[in-house]
Design a protein around this ligand. Structure first.
Ligand code: TTP
Ligand code: MN
Ligand code: MN
Ligand code: MN
Length: 372
């Protein structure tokens, strides 16, 4: 007789933003395999294929138990023929030949190593590979011109590859928090990204900074950066007393950019700032990637939702907004494309994540269940 669980198909909604997905994953072998194929597609500039594998992996992550039989997958969304073949291969043989051969391929290995350098994307890595550069030593020997971010990325490669712990993230919150308080006493700082979703490690630490008074956040980022840059040794000393193994020795700004959106009719200025830095910490010195974002309070809920992730959850929220609601969601605003009468009315205000979900007609999903 066939076991009940083997014939009862699973059922999940079509969009990841409709699903509650904690860090508990009953199908890690399958989702690791699909994630690797997604990564390979993304590194090969095949974003469509990458998203398809990510969506398939997210469906499996959301299942309440391990898949043991293909018949359980009948009717599940986002599982295309390719993903189903990979799943079948693993259920029948323990591994997928496609995944194993991808993992072992020289091209994939080279793309992973080279794009693992902060500041190096798949296009640059691909160019280098075509010039015969497959590893860090070959890159160093090649005499390629590297920009400032890439130089720092290469110099701190091993550190940046090493996951950041929650304890390190909290320590960095302490440093950045004190810096923020010094340049703007009322400003607030929130840990976002994977740590807000309950992860215990991350590839970086993400912070969102805002000020309770609209407009007072303007100019905060450059002040914050120069404050940190000018007081590095002071902070090193301060931190040693609290966290013996972690000393801030240097703080470098690597990339800055700002986005400006202008709503002409209402005169509301929508803008945001994102700042990426390499925070070098020592004892044993180590470099940690830190992403800082400054948001005006009027956009704070959108920024918080947009920077908490996961990446797929965010993508699915935007897809839901566009396809199901005729709205545009970003980390700055929610815009109703159907409101044609009055331009001002198209922007939908929200002061909390709960309100944004409600505007989108979605059940609120708390951060720790956004691990799609
Ligand atoms: P990441 O820091 O890349 O991812 P993470 O924190 O989920 O994972 P890890 O623990 O490995 O660091 O991105 C955090 C969120 O920020 C993610 O949902 C994507 C989002 N984001 C960007 O990365 N770039 C952007 O420009 C915007 C608007 C959002
Ligand atoms: Mn479970
Ligand atoms: Mn992160
Ligand atoms: Mn980040």
């Amino acid at each position: 007789a066939v076991n009940d669980s083997e014939v009862t198909p699973f059922s999940v909604p079509g969009y990841a933003c409709q699903r509650r997905c904690t860090l508990e994953n009953h199908n890690a072998v399958l989702t690791d395999a699909l994630s690797l194929l997604a990564e390979n597609a993304e590194l090969s500039d095949e974003d469509g294929r990458g998203v398809a594998f990510r969506r398939a992996a997210a469906v499996l992550k959301a299942l309440p138990s391990a898949v043991t039989n293909m018949s359980q997958l009948t009717g599940l969304p986002c599982l295309g023929g390719h993903s189903l073949r990979v799943i079948k291969d693993i259920l029948e043989n323990g591994t997928s030949s496609e995944v194993e051969s991808t993992k072992e391929s020289e091209r994939f290995k080279a793309l992973k190593v080279l794009t693992g350098i902060f500041g190096v994307g798949s296009k640059t890595a691909d160019r280098w590979i075509r010039e015969g550069i497959h590893n860090l030593q070959q890159l160093r020997d090649s005499g390629q011109t590297l920009n400032r971010a890439q130089q720092a990325g290469l110099e701190h490669y091993d550190d940046i590859k090493q996951p950041v712990s929650l304890a390190e993230a909290e320590a960095i919150r302490g440093i950045v928090g004190r810096a923020v308080a010094s340049v703007s006493p009322e400003a607030q700082i929130v840990l976002t990204g994977g740590f807000r979703r309950g992860k215990l490690t991350g590839h970086d630490v993400d912070f969102l900074i805002t000020h309770p008074e609209e407009g007072s956040e303007v100019g905060l980022m450059p002040k914050l950066v120069s404050w940190l840059e000018s007081r590095v040794s002071f902070y090193a000393a301060l931190l040693i007393s609290k966290q013996p193994k972690m000393i801030v020795v240097m703080f470098k700004s690597i990339v800055t950019f700002s986005k400006i959106l202008l709503n002409v009719i209402s005169g509301i200025f929508l803008y945001g700032q994102k700042f990426r830095a390499v925070l070098e910490m020592g004892g044993r010195w180590r470099a940690v990637r830190v992403d800082l974002v400054v948001s005006p309070i009027s956009q704070f809920a959108f920024a918080l939702l947009g920077w908490t992730g996961s990446k797929l959850f965010e993508r699915e929220l935007r897809r839901w907004a566009g396809h199901e609601k005729g709205m545009s969601l970003s980390s700055h605003a929610l815009y109703d494309n159907k409101q044609l009468s009055c331009l001002q009315g198209r922007y939908i205000r929200a002061s909390s994540e709960e309100e944004i979900f409600a505007h989108l007609g979605l059940e609120f999903i708390p951060p720790n269940e956004r691990n799609a």
